[in-house]
Design a protein around this ligand. Structure first.
Ligand code: AP5
Ligand code: MG
Ligand code: ZN
Length: 214
């Protein structure tokens, strides 16, 4: 099962991708998480990526495409994977399609988690992310049972640098310009499925499971 998650920043791609990955035992691959790990570890890639991320801009395709295409060739991806945050531009989607075609396969589903812009800013300002394992919480909708540390690994929870309201606005406009066209792209391949992302996260997940098991 090879799945791409689509949706605006804060739509719940990461939340749902983690739930799908746990249920179907396939890796959750988030380009944003890969960049954040690199930033935390102070790598060259991390330094370059941070300049763009902090402004709400996309990291250039040259720094992104080979990284993710290499990742999906790892052994743990044999039975599928969930891509979260990649592809994010038409050239990224074309590069992924070309690599999959070369390997004799293709994507099964592109799941669009649909949430209107009005809901996004509140979600982002309440999000807390774990600095250790990348787990995501929300102070109202999904609080950590252990307060300001992660339930999973015990590390500190923080507000992401790019979750400030001004940066969220920029990310939304970048999303509409550069990423939203992928909805039509995957619809053209007949693999697009849209779910209402404004529902409770368990209801969103149930809708996705229904699609995957239809
Ligand atoms: P990335 O990390 O991918 O961020 P994003 O797309 O902006 O998405 P988010 O992670 O912010 O949101 P999400 O949809 O995962 O929502 P979540 O589940 O956390 O990318 C960050 C940056 O890296 C980019 O801006 C770019 O610079 C760079 N980058 C990454 N990939 C790239 C690429 N391919 N090309 C170029 N640049 C790239 O949920 C959000 C909050 O809402 C949480 O608090 C959650 O608990 C809560 N929530 C979730 N679902 C619900 C629900 N149903 N009801 C209520 N609350 C909910
Ligand atoms: Mg995410
Ligand atoms: Zn953690």
């Amino acid at each position: 099962m090879k799945i791409v998650m689509l949706g605006a920043p804060g739509a719940g791609k990461g939340t749902q991708a983690k739930m799908i990955a746990a249920k179907y035992q396939v890796p959750h691959i988030s380009s944003g998480d890969i960049f954040r790990t690199n930033i935390k570890n102070g790598t060259e890639l991390g330094k370059k990526a941070k300049e763009y991320m902090d402004q709400g801009l996309l990291v250039p395709d040259e720094l992104t495409v080979d990284l993710v295409i290499d990742r999906v060739s790892w052994d743990d991806c044999k039975n599928g994977y969930i891509l979260d945050g990649f592809p994010r531009t038409i050239p990224q989607a074309e590069a992924l399609d070309a690599a999959l075609k070369k390997a004799g396969s293709g994507l099964d589903f592109a799941i669009n988690v649909d949430v209107p812009d009005e809901n996004i800013v509140t979600r982002m300002s309440g999000r807390r992310a774990c600095t250790g394992c990348g787990a995501t919480y929300h102070i109202v909708y999904n609080p950590s049972k252990t307060g300001d540390v992660c339930e999973v690994c015990g590390d500190k929870l923080i507000l992401r640098d790019d979750d400030k309201p001004e940066t969220v606005q920029k990310r939304l406009s970048v999303y509409h310009d550069q990423t939203q066209p992928l909805i039509e792209y995957y619809d053209g391949q007949n693999i697009l499925k849209t779910v209402d992302g404004t529902q409770d996260m368990n209801d969103v997940f149930a809708a996705i499971v229904t699609i995957l098991e239809a």
